[in-house]
Design a protein around this ligand. Sequence first.
Ligand SMILES: Cc1cc2nc3c(=O)[nH]c(=O)nc-3n(C[C@H](O)[C@H](O)[C@H](O)COP(=O)(O)O)c2cc1C
Length: 364
Amino acid sequence: MSQQPIKFAYWVPNVSGGLVVSDIEQRTSWDIDYNRKLAQIAERSGFDYALSQIRFTAGYGAEYQHESVAISHALLAATEKLKVIAAILPGPWNPTLAAKQLATIDQLTNGRIAINLVSGWFKGEFHAIGEHWLEHDERYRRSEEFLRALKGIWTQDNFSFNGDFYRFRDYTLKPKPLQQPHPEIFQGGSSRAARDMAARVSDWYFTNGNTVEGIKAQVDDIRAKAVANGHAVKIGVNAFIIARDSEEEARAVLQEIIDKANPEAVNAFGAEVKNAGAASPEREGNWAKSRFEDLVQYNDGFKTNLIGTPRQIAERIVALKAVGVDLILSGFLHFQEEVAYFGEHVLPLVRELEAEQRTERAVA
Ligand SMILES: Cc1cc2nc3c(=O)[nH]c(=O)nc-3n(C[C@H](O)[C@H](O)[C@H](O)COP(=O)(O)O)c2cc1C
């Protein structure tokens, strides 16, 4: 288990409609004023990272979207410590643009940008924006080349690269990013291809929500492969957090979210995500086994079960840390209010439990 304190990130609601596909009230807005204030609350509350989403169209609600790199920069400008992870989609972006754009943002924000390299699952979106649709594992092959090129440009002078998707000749980026060796690179997915890529090249692996046992299996698998590759990768897990003073209250909120789910939108989303994990050769990736209730939260966040009292949630977070999780990526119903509640009531308990475990280890 890592000796480091577990880290916390939140999903930036830069896409309209919140993080659950439900008609339940969500006191969350995708607009910039709401998001600036949320980022400030989050950094005061002890969050380390904010993750913004990339989306160009909506086939299932989520009607309006602010572009991820642009809004990430705006949030960095409104904060002092928070790191913001901007999502980049190979296709619309190439490594040249991403390297230059993110190096500039890194320079302008005192080294606080990070990236989430997404591989794509939404075929309708690719078609809508005139992007060529690659099959599942080809998307990861392209992402890995993108990542290798990006790292090369950020860390070397006279960079040359000869891939199937990207080529560079003697390219020197100036200035390079402030962060050394380079801004952190996150990458999401659960399929074999996603895990293998993470075990070879990514700094961080993000996965959808899952049970502790499910997460443990993924972590063990990735870490064993990473060791064999001489690579180190940290793990972030998605969770939709419902923290309330009593467990009954928290469970009632979950029930209401599901009861008020919008079936048309959930099913449309369910149909689209079949191009992800279920389309991978081993059929094991993200959403491959998601039921209707799971899909009400875009990234299977209920499965992680951070739903209950602050103590229950803190204990479950520490249990996730014990199986090798380094970061919790969180979503909330009413973001500003609940991020503040989490910072006040849950996070201090997590730190207490971590301190107790350190003492126990020292005594043992
Ligand atoms: C935490 C997390 C965040 C993600 N963010 C985005 C995003 O903003 N936009 C997007 O199109 N895909 C996003 N994805 C999708 C992944 O990049 C990937 O395409 C998808 O998870 C496919 O999974 P698979 O490898 O299991 O098939 C995200 C995935 C995870 C786990």
